[in-house]
Design a binder for this molecule. Structure first.
Ligand code: ZN
Length: 388
């Protein structure tokens, strides 16, 4: 369906070359066709125009780890992925990886089938780029909120069909488990990005994993061997390897702000991803909610925990993660926006998303000066507008 070009007028655009203040961003056929100062723009009278004075145009926000929202847990009800995806633009997301925590193997299979089936007719929302499987090959001693009943030792017969073509984009596993490196090699050959997480890997085991293709770290600091001065562990291996991209849960609960700053300072800004690790209670009031693997989570205003107090995902909104990170690192917004945009795109090998530039997909998150989403655009279509 062809639509008239859309012009976003008088917006401050965050581009790979830096800010273009008072810009005009033109969109046609789902792509960005022009980003110029408004004084140089020439919209036709019949074109669609939106005045964006006071707004910031960010590339669309991309989430690599989210377990559910609006009362739906992706591992409990993978058939509802598209329904949740339709509402995620409220938080500024234009694309995401539905994340399946450790669950019965049939759940992973069902999630692939739901993704492959594609959206229902007329669907609009944040695009599920594929799936993140966080489990079941995790270290039982760093299981966090994962149900130990469904953890598995790595075995090739358990990953039948796990490939990028079937929607599996990212797998988090513990490289020190017996057979994990061989399994990881197979996953990598199938086009899947390898993440270390929920792991007791030593420094040496972590270094080997990096050599064997692990390039991403799931929620740095949480559920891994900590930093000690005689035994640097997984955290020590990560902090001394700036080429490894790390994800952080910047909710002020999972990680101390000083440790957020430490991670940021050890590597180029394009090696840090902000994830929410949000669970089904995101966008919902406090109460009891499901987390995959048939567990119940108790949710208050700030955190989500199992009955024994173990953190079980977050209630984090990406705008809050952005602000927490800016404050922790004492940097301006443009220093952190890549963590929600171009860096997660690069982790997935996407060159057409995560950047405001001519030819890129017209996925945009428009923000107020505080960084709150006011409008979300996916493939050139407005899919969310904040009410005044
Ligand atoms: Zn986790």
């Amino acid at each position: 369906m062809s639509q008239k070009p859309l012009h976003l007028l008088h917006v401050d655009a965050f581009t790979p070359q830096g800010w273009i203040k008072d810009a005009c961003i033109s969109i046609s056929e789902g792509r960005i066709t022009q980003i110029v100062p408004c004084s140089e723009a020439n919209p036709q009278p019949e074109d669609r125009q939106i005045h964006c004075e006071g707004w910031i145009a960010s590339p669309g926000w991309i989430e690599l780890q989210i377990n559910g929202a609006f009362g739906v847990d992706f591992a409990e009800q993978p058939q509802r992925i598209w329904e949740v995806a339709a509402r995620l633009p409220e938080f500024g997301f234009t694309a995401f990886l539905p994340t399946i925590v450790t669950s019965p193997l049939a759940v992973f299979q069902q999630a692939m089938e739901v993704w492959q089936a594609g959206p229902p007719a007329g669907w609009r929302g944040a695009i599920p780029l594929g799936l993140h499987f966080e489990g079941p090959f995790l270290n039982p001693k760093k299981k966090g909120a994962h149900n130990p009943q469904f953890l598995q030792l790595p075995r090739h017969d358990l990953i039948a069909g796990w490939e990028a073509a079937n929607g599996v984009r990212l797998v988090t596993l513990a490289p020190e488990l017996p057979g994990a490196l061989g399994l990881a090699e197979t996953l990598r050959q199938r086009g899947i990005t390898l993440a270390i997480g929920h792991s007791l890997a030593t420094y040496a085991e972590a270094m080997t994993a990096f050599e064997r293709g692990f390039c991403y770290v799931t929620h740095l600091y949480n559920a891994m061997t900590p930093l000690e001065y005689r035994s640097p562990g997984l955290v020590g291996a990560i902090l001394t390897n700036p080429k490894i991209t790390v994800s952080l849960i910047a909710d002020g609960v999972h990680v101390h702000p000083a440790m957020l700053k430490l991670a940021y300072q050890t590597r180029p800004p394009d090696q840090v991803v902000l994830v929410t690790d949000a669970m089904s209670a995101l966008g919902m009031p406090p109460g009891r909610y499901p987390l995959g693997g048939r567990q119940e989570v108790f949710v208050d205003e700030r955190s989500a925990r199992l009955q024994d107090g173990t953190l079980a995902g977050s209630l984090l909104k990406p705008a809050d993660a952005l602000r927490t990170m800016m404050t922790a690192c004492d940097v301006p917004m443009e220093a952190i926006l890549p963590c929600l945009t171009s860096t997660p795109a690069r982790v997935l090998g996407l060159t057409n998303k995560g950047r405001l530039e001519v030819g890129a997909d017209a996925d945009l998150t428009l923000l107020d000066p505080q960084g709150n989403p006011v409008m979300t655009i996916v493939s050139g279509e407005i899919v969310y507008t904040a009410r005044d």
